[in-house]
Write a protein that binds this ligand. Structure first.
Ligand code: ADP
Ligand code: MG
Length: 246
């Protein structure tokens, strides 16, 4: 669809004989913050991994900024498209034996071709944005979980992606550490206009920040609605039950 940064049409994914995504269609446009919620095992992580092509889909269409990607896409083109979609995981995935600064500057230097000076200057701006300027020379092991996740967010931003995918970014964190990460994400969404897909159990956060909310169950999108409508006029009994348990 024109204007979509992320376009999926009738995407199917099986693991062995199990259908994990069963005809997923969605569009994410510039500036959208899409919350993806639903029960465990409904296919949320697989959906994000297919958008980023960490997994390949079996059928259907995936296009990033109008470029179709699938198993036949040449590796170089795939690598380029992948840099346009950042990913932040539950488990941080930082490089353990590098400083915070180097974690952020490695890919901009090696993939975007920035000089060390350019990459350092950009990283320092991003560290200020996520509130970690004082941690620039530390190793990840010396950071709290909330600080690690904020480094991971800064690292994703350093590639200047079209969109960032978040897979339960706060579910490994204590509530107060979750909040500092959610505040950074809220700032990016509302002040910086960063386009996001956010898989989350933080329903209050979804409600506050997302402009669209998608509910998945059994590998399908059961509902894709403006967030206000989703929460204020919800009629679906399964969704109401899910919301009452979170
Ligand atoms: P969610 O993130 O909503 O909890 P997932 O996308 O992780 O759901 O998983 C959806 C289903 O796919 C689950 O039944 C899970 O066991 C299965 N699954 C996920 N990844 C794999 C894999 N690599 N191999 C086999 N099955 C998988
Ligand atoms: Mg998951």
């Amino acid at each position: 669809m024109t204007g979509s940064l992320i376009h999926l049409h009738n995407v199917q994914k099986k693991f062995g004989h199990t259908t994990v995504l069963d005809g997923i269609s969605l569009d994410v446009r510039a500036g959208d913050v899409m919350a993806v919620i639903g029960p465990s095992g409904s296919g949320k992580s697989t959906l994000l991994r297919i958008v980023n092509q960490l997994e390949q889909h079996d059928a259907g269409l995936v296009a990033i900024n109008g470029e179709k990607i699938d198993a036949a896409t040449p590796r170089r083109q795939l690598a380029r498209i992948r840099t346009q979609v950042g990913m932040v995981f539950q488990g941080f995935h930082l490089w353990p034996n590098m400083s915070v600064l180097d974690n952020i500057t490695l890919a901009p230097r090696t993939i975007r071709g920035l000089s060390r000076e350019q990459a350092d200057a950009q990283a320092e701006q991003l560290l200020a944005r996520v509130g970690l300027s004082a941690q620039r020379d530390r190793r990840p092991e010396n950071l709290s979980g909330g600080q690690k996740q904020r480094v991971a967010i800064a690292r994703a931003l350093a590639m200047e992606p079209l969109a960032i995918l978040f897979d339960e970014p706060t579910s490994a964190l204590d509530p107060h550490l979750s909040n500092e990460v959610l505040e950074v994400m809220a700032d990016l969404a509302t002040t910086a206009g960063v386009t996001m897909m956010v898989v989350t159990h933080e329903i209050g956060f979804a409600r506050r920040i997302a402009n669209r909310t998608v509910y998945m169950q059994g590998g399908r999108i059961v509902q894709d609605a403006p967030t206000d409508t989703f929460f204020e006029h919800q009629q679906d009994p399964d969704i109401l039950k899910f919301l009452s348990h979170t």
